[in-house]
Design a protein around this ligand. Structure first.
Ligand SMILES: N[C@@H](CCC(=O)N[C@@H](CS)C(=O)NCC(=O)O)C(=O)O
Length: 200
């Protein structure tokens, strides 16, 4: 398999963490690319021009980290990251949506702040910031975010929090959220997280 990824993409990192957790590293060739520059090969593989994209041995290409994670979870005998039965399955997928939602708002914010200052929308920046804050507050109220696992919900949340540290440190997400911060500190020490840290 071949994974198109970038070092700074939190979605691609999510998949690299999944690959590590599932022990699939020797089956996936990593293909570094920059989706924001001309990336012809990536665009041929994924019409949306986004990373991550995973090329399967059959030639089929999977895109969107949720689809790729689901596929990879079934490719190794290691403990499943997405439980097969409800209600646990729904809970993990809901947590994935919460983590990815933080990432979506954070990435949108970062992209917006790279546009010329007079073209930036303070309206949208405020909306994205509020969504991040509400999602973080929700996570702080949950007592079981880091219980059991690892699962795909924890991986998505872990990658989202790490991306905030990397790109939006001013959000200061640990402030008033000691439980989330403690749980994340342990999770971030997992070899899969250590091996995939963001780099410019
Ligand atoms: N929902 C997608 C989001 C992927 C995504 O937005 N990736 C960004 C990098 S962080 C990208 O490749 N953007 C290129 C573009 O929008 O042109 C996923 O989960 O994989």
């Amino acid at each position: 398999m071949r994974l198109y990824y970038s070092q700074t993409s939190p979605y691609a990192r999510k998949i690299r963490v999944v690959i590590e957790e599932k022990g699939l590293a020797d089956q996936v060739n990593l293909d570094l690319c920059n989706p924001f520059k001309t990336a012809e090969e990536l665009r041929k593989a994924n019409p949306l021009g986004k990373v991550p994209a995973l090329v399967l041995p059959t030639g089929m290409v999977l895109y969107d980290s949720r689809v790729i994670a689901d596929y990879l979870d079934a490719q190794s005998p290691r403990p499943t990251l997405i439980p097969s039965k409800h209600p646990k399955r729904c809970e993990v997928l809901r947590q994935q949506a919460l983590g990815d939602g933080i990432t979506d708002a954070a990435v949108a914010m970062v992209m917006e702040t790279r546009r010329p200052a007079d073209q930036q929308s303070s309206h949208w920046k405020a909306r994205w910031h509020s969504a991040i804050v509400r999602a973080l507050d929700e996570l702080e109220t949950q007592t079981d975010v880091w219980d059991d696992g690892p699962d795909l919900g924890q991986i998505s949340i872990g990658c989202a929090l790490s991306y905030l540290d990397f790109r939006l440190p001013d959000v200061d997400w640990r402030q008033n959220r000691p439980r989330l911060a403690r749980g994340y500190a342990d999770f971030a020490r997992r070899p899969s997280m250590m091996a995939t840290r963001h780099e410019e």
